[in-house]
Structures are given as C-alpha cells and as structure tokens.
Design a protein around this ligand. Structure first.
Ligand code: ATR
Length: 279
C-alpha cells in the first residue's frame, strides 16, 4: 500500500508531523507521503472540498484552528471524538471521512510515561489552561483516567463554560480567569497549558506568570516549538518538574498512524529522543 497522508491547519509551516509520520512509514517499511495543506480559515470549506476531490487522502491530521470546525464535513465520527467534540485525525474508510481524537490519549500516554505517580493518587488537583479543541481532548481524557478535580482557567470564561459541559457528575470543575488562576496556582499538583501562547515566533510570551511554585508540582505545555517554552523555563526556575509538548505530539501521532495503517508503532521512546534533538 502507498499511504497518502496529510495535515490541515493554519499556520502549519513549522509542523513536525511530516517528520514524524515519514519516520513511522520508514520504520514500518511502508511506502507513502505526508503532505501539509495550510488552509486560510476564511477559505476552509472550499479548500477542504478541493482537497477531498483532488488528493484522495487515506488519512489526515487536523490541527489549529480546525479541530471543531471539521466536524460538519465528516461522514462519521467515532464515539470518543464525538463526546470530546473535537477531531484531530480523519481516516478515509471506503470513501467516507471518519473522525477520531487522539490528542487526549496522546497526552495521557506522555504524562504517564514521565509521571506515573500522578495516576496513583485520586486526589490530584489539575489546572487546565485554555478551553479550545486541544483542551477538550485533554479534559475528557483526564476524566476517563480517573482525575476528578480539574479546574479550567481561560481568557474567555464563556468558552470554558462550554468545555465544562463535558464533565461527569463525579468531576469537580471550577471555571476561573487566568488572573484568578495565577493567584491560587500553588493549590494544583498538575498545570497543563493547552493554548498556542508561547509558540514560535512569539516565544517570549507566556499565558501565566508564577510568583511561586512547589517542588512537587508538575507543569506541562503542549506547545513544542520551542522545546522549552517561556512558561516551562519559568516553572523550572521555580523548582517545579516539567513535561514538554513534543512528548504529546509524538504519542498523538502514534495513535493516528495506528488508526490509519492498523500497524503498531514501536521504538516510540527512541523517536521521542530524536525529535527532542531536532527541536
Ligand atoms: P485548539 O483547537 O488548538 O485548542 P482553539 O480551539 O482555537 O485551538 O483554542 C484556542 C485556545 O487558546 C482558547 O482557550 C483561547 O482562549 P479564548 O477561549 O479566550 O479564545 C486560547 N488563546 C489563544 N490565544 C490566546 C491569548 N493570546 N491569550 C490567552 N488565551 C489565548
């Protein structure tokens, strides 16, 4: 099989997904291509229709800012992605576009790999920063993995209310402003930054500022360019442990590749190291 894969998003010129998926194809001894399609948001519908007609993709990833916008254009959506309300992976099954979400799973796997202790304590308090498509996937995956106290800090409170609709009765979620979150930041065991603030070329910006942190706190950022964002550098300075975004990137890509090809990706840790080196 010669896999025709790709990525849609905006902006995506610096994406490392082509590097990752070409590596997966090579390691699996498979032929294929992974093309990027940068779609101007105002031209989303017409460009997507052109891609559908002309490219005959077997599968593609969806990134900022289309993870929710893609949903009406899909023929089917799997149960998990439908519950999350965001799609980052599409598979062409006999001409039908089927949507999946591997962000949450990817995030959980990367977190578990580095901080397994967080999964043993049911009382862990999590602060999720942001309420977009990526935040939805991570929020849902945290809940399904037993995390019960997940507060959401977002610039626009109404957007975070929308995310709160995903919560189950066992979950306690407070919606707070970013300013409020900064004031109570030491209350949390795990802080997860899910917006694109701090991404190159605006790598001097940080969505939160920490006046202090505890040594036992874990701060994680899903931005992977730069490898250590301003937020993570600051967290390290204050003595907290950090989880860099390239880790989630590779695990969500692994899950997407497995959906498209039905082949299990191995050597993921080795690839994660290689990815870290090129960042
Ligand atoms: P994605 O699908 O990648 O998660 P998204 O759905 O566009 O992207 O969500 C973007 C998230 O980043 C939102 O939480 C957004 O905050 P708002 O809900 O207030 O829009 C947040 N965000 C983006 N730019 C921001 C900025 N400059 N400051 C604070 N939050 C920002």
């Amino acid at each position: 099989m010669n896999y025709r894969l790709g990525l849609i998003g905006f902006p995506i010129s610096h994406s490392l997904s082509p590097w990752i998926h070409n590596m997966f194809l090579k390691n699996a001894d498979q032929q294929g291509t992974y093309k990027t399609f940068e779609i101007i948001p105002e031209e989303f519908e017409s460009t997507l229709n052109d891609i559908r007609k002309e490219e005959e993709l077997d599968g593609f990833n969806v990134t900022i800012p289309f993870k929710q916008k893609i949903i009406p254009y899909l023929d089917e959506i799997d149960q998990y992605a439908s519950a999350v309300g965001a799609v980052n992976t599409v598979k062409n099954i006999n001409g039908k576009w089927v949507g999946y979400n591997t962000d949450g799973l990817g995030y959980i796997q990367s977190l578990k790999e580095k901080f397994p202790q967080l999964f043993r304590n049911k009382g862990i308090r999590v602060a999720l920063v942001g309420a977009g498509g990526a935040a939805r996937g991570i929020y849902f995956a945290l809940m399904t993995n037993g995390f019960r106290r997940i507060d959401v800090g977002n610039r626009t409170l109404e957007h975070a209310m929308d995310l709160n609709l995903l919560s189950t009765p066992e979950t306690i979620t407070n919606i707070i402003s970013l300013h409020e979150l900064e004031k109570v930041i030491t209350d949390y065991d795990l802080i997860i930054q899910t917006t694109n603030v701090g991404m190159k070329p605006n790598s001097d910006s940080s969505i939160l500022s920490f006046s202090k942190l505890r040594h036992s706190q874990v701060v994680s950022d899903i931005v992977y360019q730069p490898l250590k964002t301003q937020l993570l550098r600051q967290a390290e300075e204050k003595g907290a442990s950090i989880l860099c975004g390239h880790s989630m990137l590779i695990y969500q890509a692994k899950a997407a590749f497995e959906i498209w090809t039905g082949r299990e990706v191995d050597n993921i840790k080795e690839m994660e190291k290689q990815l870290q080196n090129i960042l």
